[in-house]
Design a protein around this ligand. Structure first.
Ligand code: ZN
Length: 238
């Protein structure tokens, strides 16, 4: 059982957001139609402040590229960023980005994730064709990835999930358990029309997160770290 998510875990996730997103960009902006193999040279980036960075391959014969990245911690409080793409060859079963990233994380012995970013096409018709719901951004698929996220030992259900359109036009942010519940309840109103921000700004969100956290010291009912992250992200991006 993973240890509980702390405010500082989630703060670190928002802090690492630009980094995770830039790795996701490499996957979703691959126009070549070729299998993408990424060997990050992270000597000059923020990545060097992390214990580990691992970015995998992506391929889709339909050219529907998805990138998923987690920030996670091991038992010694070392943190790592795991980013994976989807693999979809014609006539073969799909292998989703979220699922590939979660598996990589578990194999490496990380014990808890602090948040997930998923980036994919901004084309709502394409999204509808993949998940069956015409959401503004691609969510983890209801048939395979949502059950994995719901039951994984290393995924806290109260962690934030950020889903981003790869043209940068908009994003959505949810506490994972809220997203899962909305799918369970067929609450399409919530999935399609709520929690939508414009261009994401992790720096502004980080400032807002810290500010609300300071104010919340006096509150009787504090937001959870995941709720606070969602509020901070959506507040700053309208
Ligand atoms: Zn999936």
């Amino acid at each position: 059982v993973y240890s509980e998510l702390s405010y500082s875990d989630v703060e670190r996730f928002i802090e690492c957001g630009p980094l995770i997103l830039s790795e996701c960009d490499k996957i979703t902006n691959n126009q070549s139609g070729e299998l993408l193999r990424i060997n990050p040279d992270h000597s000059e980036t923020l990545l060097s402040q992390l214990s580990e960075i691992d970015v995998g391959d992506a391929y889709s014969y339909r050219n529907f590229l998805v990138a998923a990245g987690f920030l996670a911690f091991d038992g010694d409080e070392k943190s790592g960023v795991y980013v994976r793409g989807n693999l979809k060859e014609q006539g073969k079963e799909k292998s989703c980005a979220e699922r590939n990233a979660e598996a990589a994380l578990r194999r490496r012995g990380f014990i808890r994730s602090a948040g997930l970013i998923v980036q994919a096409s901004a084309d709502i018709d394409l999204i509808h064709a993949v998940t069956g719901v015409a959401t503004p951004t691609l969510h983890p698929c209801p048939d395979l990835c949502q059950p994995i996220l719901a039951t994984s030992r290393i995924i806290p259900v109260d962690m934030p999930v950020i889903t981003i359109a790869d043209d940068g036009s908009r994003f959505q942010a949810f506490v994972l358990s809220d997203m899962l519940k909305a799918y369970d309840d067929d609450n399409y109103e919530k999935l399609m029309k709520k929690n939508i921000g414009g261009r994401i700004d992790f720096f502004e969100a980080l400032v807002s997160y810290r500010k609300i956290l300071r104010q919340a010291e006096m509150w009787k009912n504090k937001p959870t770290p995941g709720e606070l992250a969602v509020t901070a992200l959506l507040d700053t991006a309208r």
